[in-house]
Write a protein that binds this ligand. Structure first.
Ligand SMILES: O=C(O)C[C@H](O)C(=O)O
Ligand code: SF4
Length: 521
């Protein structure tokens, strides 16, 4: 007889998992909040980085209050579970699946599971390999469940090095601690602002390609302020924290004092021929939590990651009343835009937008290359955004979370699409490349950087949903017609050939080169 099946009450366990999912998606853990508050203190008032961090703080506060997703990309739900022998893992898995589907229905998770071949969204966050659930047995008398919701933008910035190698700015990285040091610094550099910096990194030294990444991700379950028991790794973590912050990439890649909020390093054995350094990059919206669950009643006995002070961002915000950087001008824009209006904008300007904008991300950019647009986009603004949406009983759509997505993925399409349809502005995050910059100049367009992860902050600017096209692409990929008020973003690429992203990348590469000489012998 299966002892476990009768023992753990699955209905209650499902409820506990639902609570864990909702809490993880909507409320940042205490250690992460402290790291963000500390970063905010370090930035000088009036800079773009300080403005971005104020928006982030406001967003965290709004997510607390609304019990809504901190970021619209609620990530790949990844559970790590330790169970006493005899508990039925198959039933637990089913209960977790039901909790995931429920949280998706309630707008606490975005439908994020897409068939890789057909592009079809499963709509309930379930699918082949989704969610990720990893079980381990142990001798203790409780169930330990940890959950991380790691978004796609930061996942794309993970990187794996195979030593020895040559690294841009740093030269040769050998098979030793100093080579590892170089890889980690390079990993922070190559992410720039695209994974919604300031970020946290987990590093795995050794293993094979998959166990190395696994180890790197395992580090993200460590508390931000724990101390590595391995003395050499502790020193390396401290070194990285101190020096990665000298790269000047800053929040959102706007430049600034804080680029990295946490660094945790683990090590395992390797094969003689392989030497991997795997780095898992997590955005500031570092959503991970855990619970201890009673293996019979299924109830939560204790929440994990609760040590230390809890930062109340409402109070923090009272201390810093600024929201506009002194660095640039502030300009109010009413969409649609004319070429003349757009040509007046310069890198560093802060714009506040009123009127309509239309979401468009990966599927739509690809589609528009060889199809007509469903509406007239002349003079319009495209927002790189895949929101969390809920439909009410009357069939009306409501925005639950709506921050920007990483724009660089649209680099192969953006310039051509702007010219083809007369689009004047695109809003996203992380910046775009040379091809888009040239098109902005030629056509008269502008790139506006919104604050990545600030999904509640931007949802609040959206006053109504006036239509939707391409719903067949799934909720995140559809074209939502949004009426906004006071939507704030920063001009980071203008029609005069200037790009803040290009500048920050160049200056951070120069700074990276100062770490070329050996440190750990
Ligand atoms: O998918 C999204 O909405 C955002 C994504 O996590 C990103 O950072 O690009
Ligand atoms: S948009 Fe930014 S904050 Fe949100 S999941 Fe992507 S990288 Fe993280």
């Amino acid at each position: 007889m299966d002892k476990g099946e009768g023992a753990l009450r699955m209905e209650k366990f499902q409820e506990s998992m639902y609570q864990l999912i909702v809490e993880t998606s909507t409320k940042l853990p205490k250690d992460v909040r402290r790291a963000i508050a500390k970063a905010k203190l370090r930035e000088n008032a009036g800079t773009r980085a300080a403005m971005a961090l104020t928006t982030i703080a406001e967003n965290i506060q709004m997510a607390d209050e609304n019990v809504s997703p901190i970021c619209q990309d609620t990530g790949m739900p990844t559970f790590k579970i330790k169970v006493p022998v005899g508990v039925n893992q198959l039933k637990m898995k089913e209960a977790i699946h039901r909790a995931i589907a429920q949280a998706t229905k309630d707008g606490k998770l975005r439908p994020n599971s897409v068939d890789s071949l057909t592009g079809e969204n499963s709509e309930n966050n379930l699918g082949d390999g989704v969610p990720v659930i990893k079980f381990e047995q142990w001798e203790k008398d409780y169930i330990d469940v940890r959950l991380i919701l790691k978004g796609g933008g930061c996942e794309n910035k993970n990187i794996q090095y195979s030593l020895p190698c040559e690294l841009e700015g740093l030269g040769r990285a050998g098979r030793d601690l100093d080579g590892i040091r170089k890889c980690i610094l390079h990993a922070v550099f190559q992410a720039q602002g695209q994974g919604c910096s300031a970020g946290f990194i987990g590093v795995g030294i050794g293993g094979d390609r998959s166990s190395g990444y696994e180890l790197a991700k395992e580090q993200l379950f460590r508390s931000v302020d724990d101390v590595n028991p391995n003395e050499e790794l502790r020193k390396l973590e401290d070194y990285i924290m101190e020096n990665a912050n000298k790269l000047g990439i800053g929040t959102m890649g706007f430049g600034g004092e804080t680029t990295l909020l946490g660094c945790k390093i683990g090590v395992m054995h390797r094969l003689p021929a392989s030497f991997f350094v795997s780095v898992a990059y997590n955005c500031w919206a570092f959503r991970r939590l855990g619970v201890k669950v009673n293996p019979e009643t299924g109830e939560i006995q204790e929440w994990l990651y609760q040590e230390g002070e809890n930062i109340d961002f409402a109070k923090e915000l009272e201390k810093s009343a600024q929201s506009v950087p002194a660095e640039g001008r502030e300009i109010v824009l009413e969409a649609p835009l004319t070429e003349e209006q757009v040509r007046k904008l310069k890198v560093g300007d802060v714009v506040r937008i009123n009127g309509m904008m239309y979401t468009g991300r990966d599927a739509i950019h690809k589609h528009l290359m060889d199809h007509d647009a469903p509406i007239d986009l002349n003079g319009q603004i495209i927002y790189h955004c895949g929101p969390v949406m809920l439909k009410d009983g009357n069939g009306n759509w409501h925005v639950k979370a709506a921050g920007p997505t990483t724009s660089i993925r649209e680099e192969p399409y953006q310039g051509e699409i702007m010219k083809k349809f007369g689009i004047r502005a695109v809003i996203g995050k992380g910046g775009m490349g040379a091809k888009t910059l040239a098109a902005l100049k030629e056509h008269g367009g502008v790139y506006l950087n919104a604050i990545g992860g600030a999904a509640q902050y931007y949802a609040d600017c959206i006053k109504s949903v006036e239509g939707v096209d391409f719903l067949e692409f799934g909720i995140p990929e559809a074209m939502w017609h949004l009426r906004v008020e006071n939507f704030t973003a920063v001009v980071t690429m203008d029609s005069h050939g200037n790009s803040l992203h290009e500048d920050v990348e160049k200056s951070s590469l120069e700074k990276l080169a100062q770490f070329k000489e050996p440190v750990f012998k």
